[in-house]
Design a protein around this ligand. Structure first.
Ligand SMILES: O=P(O)(O)OC[C@H]1O[C@H](OP(=O)(O)OP(=O)(O)O)[C@H](O)[C@@H]1O
Ligand SMILES: Nc1ncnc2[nH]cnc12
Length: 181
C-alpha cells in the first residue's frame, strides 16, 4: 500500500539525536521542506494514492502537518482543516487528549469544520506511536467526518503507529520508514 520512495527523498531528512529528550532520534523534515525538489516530490507522493478520488477536506495536524497538508489540499482542490494544540482555535471546538512518543497533549478542531459524511484525509509529517493520529481520527469522526486515509512522509514502524490506525479502519500511506526510534 505504501508508495515506493526515492533514496533522495529519504536522504533529505536530517536526524538529530536526543531531541527533544534523551534517547529520541528526531527525524527533522525542515531539510526536506527546504529542498524544492524533495518538497514537491513528497507532496506529489502524498497526493498520488487519493488523486482521482473525491476528497472534500484535508486535515493537517499542528505544526508540521500544516505545511504539508496545505500543499496537499491545494493540489487536490480540497478544503483544509487545522487540528491544533489546545487553546489556539477561536470558535467552538471538539477536543481530545492524546499521548505521543515524547509526551502528552490535547488537540482541538472547530466543531463546524466538517459537514456530516465529508471525505477527509489526515496529513502529518510522521507517525511514531500513532497516539497523535489516533486522536485526530477520533476527533474528526466525532464531528462527522468520513476519514478515508491517513498519510505521512515518515513511518517509524518499530513504534507500531501505522498498525494502530489501520486497526481503526483507516488506511495508512507512508513514503518511507526509519527503523529504530
Ligand atoms: O505518532 P506519535 O508518537 O503520536 O508522534 C507523531 C507526532 O509527533 C510530532 O508532532 P509534535 O507533537 O512534536 O508537534 P510539532 O509538529 O508541533 O512539533 C509529529 O509531527 C506528529 O504529529
Ligand atoms: N522520532 C521523532 N522524530 C520527529 N518527530 C517525532 N514525533 C514523534 N516521534 C518523532
Amino acid at each position: 500500500m505504501n508508495a515506493p520512495y526515492s533514496n533522495d527523498l529519504k536522504q533529505s531528512i536530517r536526524t538529530i539525536p536526543d531531541y527533544p529528550k534523551p534517547g529520541i532520534l528526531f527525524r527533522d523534515i525542515t531539510t526536506l521542506l527546504g529542498d524544492a525538489r524533495a518538497f514537491r516530490r513528497a507532496v506529489d507522493e502524498l497526493v498520488q494514492p487519493v488523486a482521482g478520488t473525491k476528497i472534500d477536506k484535508v486535515a493537517g495536524i499542528e505544526a508540521r502537518g500544516f505545511i504539508l497538508g496545505g500543499a496537499v489540499a491545494h493540489q487536490l482542490s480540497a478544503g483544509f482543516v487545522p487540528i491544533r494544540k489546545k487553546g489556539k482555535l477561536p470558535h467552538k471546538t471538539a477536543s481530545i487528549a492524546y499521548s505521543l512518543e515524547y509526551g502528552v497533549d490535547e488537540m482541538e478542531v472547530h466543531s463546524d469544520a466538517i459537514h456530516a459524511g465529508e471525505r477527509v484525509i489526515i496529513i502529518d509529517d510522521l507517525i511514531a506511536t500513532g497516539g497523535t493520529a489516533e486522536g485526530a481520527v477520533k476527533l474528526l469522526k466525532s464531528i462527522g467526518a468520513n476519514v478515508v486515509a491517513a498519510c505521512f512522509v515518515i513511518d517509524l514502524p518499530d513504534l507500531g503507529g501505522a498498525k494502530k490506525i489501520e486497526a481503526l479502519g483507516v488506511p495508512v500511506r507512508t513514503l518511507m520508514t526509519f527503523d529504530g526510534h
